[in-house]
Design a protein. Structure first.
Length: 674
């Protein structure tokens, strides 16, 4: 008899042969109210020794969270169907449930809670809790929703989660005793990364349109792309090569890059001032809304922040090494490393050019660093960065400098010099929102107060010019909230050096102000991850752009399968965002296309289109409640229109889907490249 057959036989024995009136009453109650297996014993223990039990419960809840997240990930990996969906005539006493079967999360969570207590102490309460966990696991088999192997796997997950949580707790105790900021940061980054991986895998947010479009780039690797350099495509290609065309495969490198950015700021802060400064700056990367979002979403800002921090660290090493007499007499090869780092940053986002400006300003204002102008180092570094960046230049030269034209359009150069109070206040308001008002003001004060010493001037030059440029630019036209992102990295270091280093000896008002700034940032970040807690209307919910795509892809896939029986079918949209999301979320990741109905140019128009698909049928998808345009109406023999409400996280996003037949050709409108 095979293992699956043994598993099924054991399930049928426990589920049906042990059936009796007492179990029929108790087991459904226990499986629906798991706390009944633990609460009486917790109350008893709490009355005997309050503080120790409180700590045990806290660590146990961390273990439950870890077990629950791990269980959900493993369910989707194994994708085992529950016995109540496959076996007939079983003793089913509760709803079967829609999730997969292995492992049992009831069992994993129950054992995680119980084993945590057992690892802290072996007494009657711990053994009673362990018995309760076993009863919960048995109840899942008896009520008919899990195989015995599901419960066994769940118990192993729970035991492992308990062991890891206790290790983390003891590590935290050791950190507290030793006051080790480096260990504290390591623990923090591990916990934050575990949460982010869980958050990505459980899928509360669909891919953003930008992520989906960059994923499309990664399927067609090139030296550059219409609006950005190639780095983001290379990173997504690497992630999906390992983890497949999945949300996790795309976003996992955002988690890694966020950790690396924090570590770089920690090291830089430690060398500029002390470990505490570095720790606080690294912490801000994780809790400030503008930065924390790029620890989950992989857009160009995730690697851009990393390469900026890396270049900042290398440049400081050059400044520090240049203070030594022996370093002044020879070429410092750190300039080469800096050139490579800055060049990679330019391949990521063109505003990396501000790094050159900031470095120039520092060398100009810092008396000791002016000697660099007379050395080969800066020029060699710049030359090497341009060599790294050269594929973008060559690609653009072969395509009429489309990126330059696009960037000019984004900068509103064609509009000339105009004053726009609205865009100025919108940008200023956005900075107060994504950095939070208190922290924004305190960063500015810290940069000003520290400007008189060399390290303070270093931070000022790599912060204020970037932020000031975009503030001034907003007077002329619209500026996105994230464009000044890198200016705050040095600002975090200045804030930490000025406010955090001497916080214990500061006045009460100052302590409250600083802690309030940190707490406000953390609260805003929490709500940014869980916007449903605020019950915001759709127009105010920033995550609405990440909702409904998976549902739309499934619906479009069903229509595609239906129409495929009538001949070849292609899929397109008048919005590149929709085309990209459909390519990702439709079954089989088909090639999708874009039709320009008067919008600015995008990357799809540099790829082959659907002009040659004469006689083919098509699925045309657009956002909102739309009618078919005259151009598209003439392009097909006929189209059927239907509205589709995509459901996601209790949000409804409207799309219009057209089933179109017999493509006759279309005359594409000439479009601007910006």
């Amino acid at each position: 008899m095979s293992l699956p057959e043994i598993d099924t036989s054991l399930f049928l024995f426990l589920n049906m042969q042990l059936q009796n009136g007492l179990f029929d009453a108790v087991m459904p109650l226990l499986t629906k109210n798991v706390e009944l297996a633990f609460l009486p014993f917790i109350i008893w223990a709490f009355l005997k020794e309050k503080r120790k039990v409180f700590i045990n419960v806290f660590v146990a809840m961390l273990a439950v969270a870890l077990a629950d997240g791990s269980g959900l990930m493993l369910k989707n990996y194994f994708a085992r169907i529950r016995p109540c969906h496959t076996l007939e005539g079983i003793n089913l006493l509760v709803g079967c449930g829609k999730s997969f079967s292995m492992p049992s999360n009831h069992a994993s969570n129950a054992f995680a809670f119980a084993v945590t207590f057992l690892l802290f102490r072996r007494n009657a309460v711990s053994y009673a809790l362990l018995a309760g966990a076993a009863a919960v696991g048995f109840s899942r088999i008896y009520v008919g929703v899990h195989y015995p192997s599901d419960v066994a796997a769940g118990s192993l997950v729970g035991i492992s989660a308990a062991a890891v949580s206790v290790v983390f707790y003891k590590w935290a105790e050791n950190i507290y005793r030793e006051r080790s900021y480096s260990q504290a940061l390591a623990l923090l980054l591990i916990l934050v990364s575990m949460f982010r991986i869980y958050y990505i895998l459980t899928g509360p947010l669909d891919l953003s349109p930008d992520e989906a479009h960059y994923w499309e780039w990664s399927r067609r690797l090139d030296w550059s792309y219409y609006s950005k350099g190639p780095m983001i495509a290379y990173l997504i290609h690497a992630g999906t090569a390992v983890f497949g065309n999945t949300v996790f495969g795309i976003r996992i490198l955002a988690v890694v890059l966020s950790v690396l950015s924090s570590l770089l700021l920690f090291r830089l802060g430690r060398e500029l001032y002390d470990e505490r400064t570095g720790f606080a700056a690294a912490l801000l990367v994780q809790i400030v809304p503008l930065y924390s979002v790029y620890g989950i979403l992989l857009t160009i800002d995730s690697p851009f922040l990393f390469f900026w921090a890396l270049s900042l660290y290398f440049f400081y090493q050059l400044i520090k090494r240049g203070s030594h007499e022996e370093s002044r007499r020879s070429f410092d090869y750190y300039w080469i490393v800096l050139g490579v780092s800055a060049g990679l940053g330019m391949l990521t986002k063109y505003t990396m050019a501000f790094f050159y400006v900031s470095a120039f300003l520092f060398m100009l204002f810092d008396r000791e660093s002016r000697r660099f102008f007379a050395s080969a180092g800066p020029y060699a570094g710049f030359f090497i960065s341009m060599i790294v960046f050269s594929p973008v230049l060559l690609w653009n030269a072969a395509r009429g400098w489309v990126t330059v034209k696009h960037t000019a359009g984004q900068a509103h150069i064609a509009e000339g010099f105009v004053l726009s109070g609205r865009s100025f206040f919108e940008f200023l308001g956005s900075q107060l929102g994504v950095v939070t008002p208190l922290l924004f003001v305190l960063i500015g004060i810290a940069l000003w107060k520290l400007r008189k010493d060399r390290n303070g001037m270093f931070l000022l030059c790599f912060s204020v010019p970037v932020i000031a440029f975009f503030v001034l630019k907003s007077i002329q036209g619209k500026v996105q909230a994230n464009w000044a992102l890198t200016g705050y990295a040095a600002g975090f270091l200045a804030f930490s050096a000025f406010y955090i280093r001497g916080l214990e000896t500061a006045g009460r008002a100052r302590q409250v102000l600083v802690l309030s700034a940190l707490l406000l940032s953390l609260v805003v970040t929490v709500f940014a991850h869980f916007p449903h807690l605020l019950n915001l209307p759709p127009k105010m919910d920033p995550t609405i752009r990440l909702a409904g795509w998976k549902s739309l892809g499934k619906e479009a896939g069903n229509i595609y399968d239906e129409m495929s029986g009538q001949g070849p079918v292609f899929v397109f949209s008048d919005k590149y965002q929709v085309s990209s999301e459909l390519a990702f979320y439709m079954k089989g990741n088909p090639t999708t296309y874009y039709v320009n109905l008067g919008r600015r140019m995008n990357q799809y128009q540099l790829w082959p289109g659907f002009e040659g698909f004469l006689g083919h049928n098509a699925i045309y998808v657009t956002t909102g409640d739309k009618m078919l345009s005259d151009d598209l109406g003439k392009a097909f023999a006929g189209c059927e229109r239907r509205l589709f409400d995509a459901q996601s996280r209790k949000r409804t996003v409207k799309f219009t889907i057209f089933k179109c037949y017999d493509f006759r050709g279309i005359e594409m409108r000439p479009v601007e490249t910006f």
